[in-house]
Design a binder for this molecule. Structure first.
Ligand code: WQD
Length: 321
């Protein structure tokens, strides 16, 4: 298939492009390089520098015809979305509307959407399956849910088929070491630990050790970015066979605590990785773990690289230099 990967120069997007090409698909990347990196572009793919807010440029790019679109061009800082909602509304919602309308205009009918576990909000039960109520705790999660709802209507009214992939905590780097680009100003746990190990920041601040969890620190479902990438390919290929849209969780189904990851990082890097215990971060649930049974059933997908050692080792290979 010929695939347009919007946001293909980003952290997850670059891994998706590699996986698509490995599966034999032709990749065109559309990215404004606002957080994406030129060094995340690979031989074999074509690059169009463009913004999703530029509806004309997007329509122009789409007009050459594609078998599918993968969309990962979004702002993703949950905290920032609460203080700058207009930025998230504009890019994440309006930008996606531009993409969908460009697809309709060009007759492109398959869409893989980068959604998030943030659509669920505070978990009412665990593991979280796709039937769990969707009550986002932050505006970022709201933008993802709003797009999923839009997709339902485009499916019904325009025959656009979509796969909304609700990622849990994306982490790790390409197991074959092909992606080398570091995220700028990361806020997520694993890159923060890696930056600390590499001496790029003085310490890890652990947000709370008084949760009702195995060791008091927050537990999350970390899913390796190569596993996520494989799910995008599976979703796209499934839509070619089955004329049906899908909303599906992508998680490892394993809960890892902050301290478990920190200990693995100290062991694997051989660095001290100083850490201080601080107060809880507002809006953080104690535990969040996925059920990925639906992804297994519909996509034949299962996390393969999401164990703590692989998550840390593949990240350290990139941060170590
Ligand atoms: C993980 C754990 C923290 C940083 C966020 C978004 C979510 C999704 C994924 C996009 C928690 C603890 C973290 C630090 C820490 N984004 N932590 N010190 O909050 O689970 O999810 O990213 O789709 O929408 O909210 O991920 O990596 O920030 O935190 O102690 O410096 O690490 O409290 O328990 P989170 P995270």
């Amino acid at each position: 298939m010929k695939v347009l990967v919007i946001g293909g120069a980003g952290y997850i997007g670059s891994h998706v492009c590699l996986e698509m090409m490995e599966a034999g698909h032709e990749v065109v990347v559309y990215d404004n390089l606002s957080s994406g990196l030129r060094e995340n572009l690979f031989e074999g793919e074509r690059f169009i520098e463009g913004d999703i807010m530029d509806a004309e440029r997007l329509a122009g790019a789409m007009s050459e015809g594609f078998d599918g679109v993968v969309h990962l061009a979004a702002f993703k800082a949950a905290g920032e979305s609460m203080t700058a909602p207009e930025k998230y509304a504009r890019n994440n919602i309006s930008g996606t509307v531009n993409i969908l309308n460009a697809m309709c205009g060009a007759g492109v009918g398959r869409f893989v959407f980068s959604s998030s576990a943030a659509v669920y909000g505070e978990p009412a039960y665990l593991p979280v399956d796709e039937k769990h109520p969707t009550v986002p705790e932050n505006f970022y999660g709201f933008t993802k849910l709003e797009i999923e709802r839009l997709l339902g209507w485009y499916d019904r009214l325009k025959g656009l088929r979509y796969s909304a992939l609700r990622y849990f905590n994306a982490a790790g780097y390409d197991v074959r070491g092909r992606v080398r680009g570091l995220e700028r100003n990361p806020a997520n746990l694993l890159p923060v630990i890696m930056e600390t190990a590499a001496g790029m920041r003085p310490e890890l601040r652990v947000f709370g050790n008084d949760y009702a969890t195995k060791d008091g620190t927050g537990v999350r479902d970390y899913v390796h970015v190569n596993d996520l990438a494989a799910a995008h390919v599976a979703a796209l290929e499934r839509m070619e066979r089955a004329d049906e849209s899908l909303v599906v969780n992508l998680g490892s189904e394993e809960g890892l605590s902050v301290l478990e990851i920190l200990e693995a990082a100290r062991r694997i890097t051989g660095k001290p990785v100083p850490a201080t215990i601080e107060g809880r971060r507002p809006g953080d649930p104690a535990r969040l773990v996925a059920s990925s049974a639906l992804a297994a059933e519909k996509l034949g997908w299962k996390a393969r690289y999401s164990d703590v050692d692989t998550l840390v080792e593949t990240s350290w290979k990139v941060y170590e230099r």
